[in-house]
Design a protein around this ligand. Structure first.
Ligand code: HEM
Length: 201
């Protein structure tokens, strides 16, 4: 269950939210498609070295996990009493901390609701505190699979976006809800079309 929920459910929703955002932002989707054509050429998927050259796709995935962190909060149990923001917290208390709220902090993310992958370019990321962005949590109990998750999510997105174009289903409202992972109340429905209609692929 841990592997299914912690590893695959999270990676799956990261892919889904990214497709949703690209559906809403066709200029970004075009840029991803151009990058994939350039890096993967005629192949259905990039190889491992190619994946590392999908720099714009990586920015998009990071911005997607900022706006919709698949694991929206973390939890720890205090081993000794502490004072946190003026509150006395006894030992043995479970403290939940909201990753999503950090990702929406306008001090580090101007216009936090806006989808702007460029926030993650080295130039824009320079000087931003490390803990302003924690999709994989933090510290010794942070996500063990973060590196694998990024490779998996980028590979799945690369395969899908090389062949298909995703558009939001008209009239379908996407409302985020927390259900252990961050998902949508009535799912995310999209229209999928081949990028090359003549070949149907
Ligand atoms: C996009 C995909 C993923 C996201 C967003 C994600 C996110 C997270 C988060 C937020 C935590 C809690 C960290 C904390 O409390 O500080 C966590 C823990 C964990 N994740 Fe992931 N994860 C992902 C994929 C994976 C994968 C692929 C694996 C394994 C192959 C994995 C294995 C684990 C394990 C074992 C823990 C518990 C670590 C512990 O308690 O010591 N995760 N993950």
């Amino acid at each position: 269950m841990v592997t299914l929920l912690a590893a695959h459910h999270t990676t799956g929703v990261a892919v889904s939210w990214t497709l949703h955002l690209l559906g809403l932002h066709p200029a970004a989707a075009d840029r991803v498609a151009d990058e994939l054509d350039r890096v993967a050429g005629d192949r259905a998927a990039p190889d491992f070295a190619g994946l590392r050259r999908l720099t714009y796709l990586e920015l998009v995935l990071k911005e997607s996990m900022r706006l919709y962190p698949p694991g929206p909060y973390g939890a720890r149990e205090t081993t000794e009493p502490l004072v946190l923001g003026g509150y006395e917290v006894p030992a043995g208390t479970t403290v939940f901390y909201p990753f999503w709220a950090l990702h929406m902090n306008p001090a580090y993310w101007p216009e936090p609701q806006a989808f702007r992958p460029e926030r993650f370019t080295p130039e824009e990321a320079a000087g931003r505190p490390r803990f302003a962005y924690v999709p994989f949590g933090l510290g010794p109990r942070g996500c063990e699979g973060a590196g694998l998750a990024m490779v998996e999510a980028e590979l799945i997105l690369a395969v899908l976006l090389k062949r298909f174009r995703f558009r939001p289903a008209p009239g379908h409202e996407v409302t985020p809800v927390e259900r252990f992972v961050l998902w949508a109340a009535d799912d995310i429905r999209m229209i999928v079309e081949p990028r090359d209609p003549l070949r149907g692929t």
